[in-house]
Design a protein around this ligand. Structure first.
Ligand code: PMP
Length: 418
């Protein structure tokens, strides 16, 4: 008889073939074989409530998206060196969600590639090299982008042209004024070292820094500062984009700032690898005259058809509005839990960060126990932030009130048990 592989056998096999650089979530890893809406299933058919996945943003395996992928796959998977309507129609549709100044889009397959391209364009446009990011930012995996992704830890050194600034944490004073001051100090330091500033790039909900969303509007001073220094502002919307924050389609729009470039990824294809960079024409003008850009799979017809279907669902099912409404209910439900280990809650729509504290101090070990305790209750989340003590709650946007109630009930049960 062929016995099913145990999880231990799968772990050993992973290490053997994938090598030592990969990490698994949870003390007891989760083995998944199927997804539907907000639910994920293991081989035994047990259902896990997905409260973390911002890739399957319109719900796992959404039939409208699957049908679009299948339809275009059966027709043609052409790339951007042939004329094809699909990528243009998608580009027009996507750009209709942006301010009119942001009127070009270039396609990639990953968020990392989008940020890598953004940096190349910024260097060409400004003649500068300097990059300013937040202290625990993550922007991607390429060699150039890893150099400004401090959340990768001390094993991945930052570039000499990179300066970090504390994230805009409203608990430490007016985030607008402090963030502007820190960005200005970083600009001054770059210049002092003979490095011309090229960009300020931020994840507009400061996800890996611990989720900093309020008050909306705190980015303007920092954007003005980088512009005054001759640099560009890049909004990394890989996590907050496509309606998640509820107030707006994009995190930068919540803050009412105008980026020079906007990087997109994860939820754009609901699991199909499609990403991109939306930009103002001045950014690419000189680059386009001198260089060419071709990304074999970026913007291929299947990617474009899939991404178009994702927009159909975001718009047609009112998912931004759902994120706003259910996100508010989620925040209220979490605030209703009285356990002393639950600290500050920060959120926008269906993007929530909940501090875990002991005697008011960050408690990463307790956060890990809660994350693992929830996993045992078949509810999936993770923890983030420089201290690893912020519960990161970020479900598919089709999350409903009943799912919020289920989450709160299971979190309460876990807290009681620990
Ligand atoms: N930027 C941010 C803010 C991200 O969270 C990520 C992925 N975690 C990336 C960029 C990189 O995207 P990808 O993994 O698709 O390369």
């Amino acid at each position: 008889v062929d016995l099913p592989e145990t999880e231990a056998q799968l772990v050993a096999r992973r290490q053997r073939v994938l090598g030592p650089a990969y990490r698994l979530f949870y003390q007891t890893p989760v083995h998944l074989v199927r997804g539907e809406g907000v639910w994920l299933y293991d081989p035994e058919g047990n259902a896990y409530l997905d409260t973390y996945n911002n890739v399957a943003s319109v719900g796992h395996c959404h039939p409208h998206v699957l049908a679009a992928t299948a339809r275009q796959s059966a027709l043609l998977a052409s790339h951007t060196r042939y004329l094809h309507d699909t990528v243009l129609s998608y580009a027009e549709r996507l750009l209709s969600h942006f301010p009119s100044e942001l009127c070009h889009v270039m396609f990639t397959c990953t968020g990392s590639e989008a940020n890598d391209l953004a940096i190349r364009l910024a260097r060409a446009a400004t003649g500068g090299m300097g990059v300013i990011v937040t202290e625990n930012a993550y922007h991607g995996v390429t060699a150039a982008v890893a150099e400004f992704s401090p959340s990768l830890g001390p094993g991945v050194p930052l570039g000499g042209h990179v300066r970090t600034v504390p994230a805009p944490d409203a608990r430490l004073g007016d985030p607008a004024a402090t963030f502007t001051a820190h960005v200005q100090a970083a600009i001054d330091d770059l210049i002092r070292h003979g490095i011309k500033p090229a960009v300020l790039i931020v994840d507009t909900i400061f996800s890996s820094d611990g989720v900093f969303a309020a008050p909306a509007g705190f980015l303007q001073g920092a954007v003005d500062a980088i512009h005054a220094a001759g640099g560009l502002f890049i909004a990394d919307e890989v996590q907050p984009g496509f309606g998640r924050t509820g107030d707006a389609m994009w995190g930068f729009a919540r803050h009412a700032v105008l980026p020079d470039m906007v990087s997109l990824g994860k939820p754009m294809g609901n699991g199909y690898p499609v990403a991109g960079l939306v930009l103002q024409p001045h950014v690419v003008k000189d680059f386009g005259a001198k260089a060419r850009y071709f990304n074999t799979f970026g913007g291929n017809a299947v990617a474009a058809a899939t991404a178009m279907a994702v927009l159909d669902v975001v718009e047609g099912e009112g998912l931004q509005e759902n994120a706003r409404k259910v996100g508010a209910e989620f925040a209220t439900a979490l605030r209703g839990l009285t356990d002393p280990r639950l600290g500050d809650l920060r959120s926008a729509g269906l993007f929530l960060g909940l501090d875990i504290v002991t005697d008011g101090k960050p408690d990463a070990a307790m956060a890990a126990r809660i994350v693992n305790g929830l996993r045992d209750e078949r509810v999936l989340i993770s923890a983030t932030g420089p201290n690893g003590n912020v519960l990161k709650i970020r479900p598919p946007l089709v999350f409903g009130s009943a799912h919020v109630a289920l989450f709160a009930e299971r979190l309460e049960r876990v807290l009681k048990r620990l």
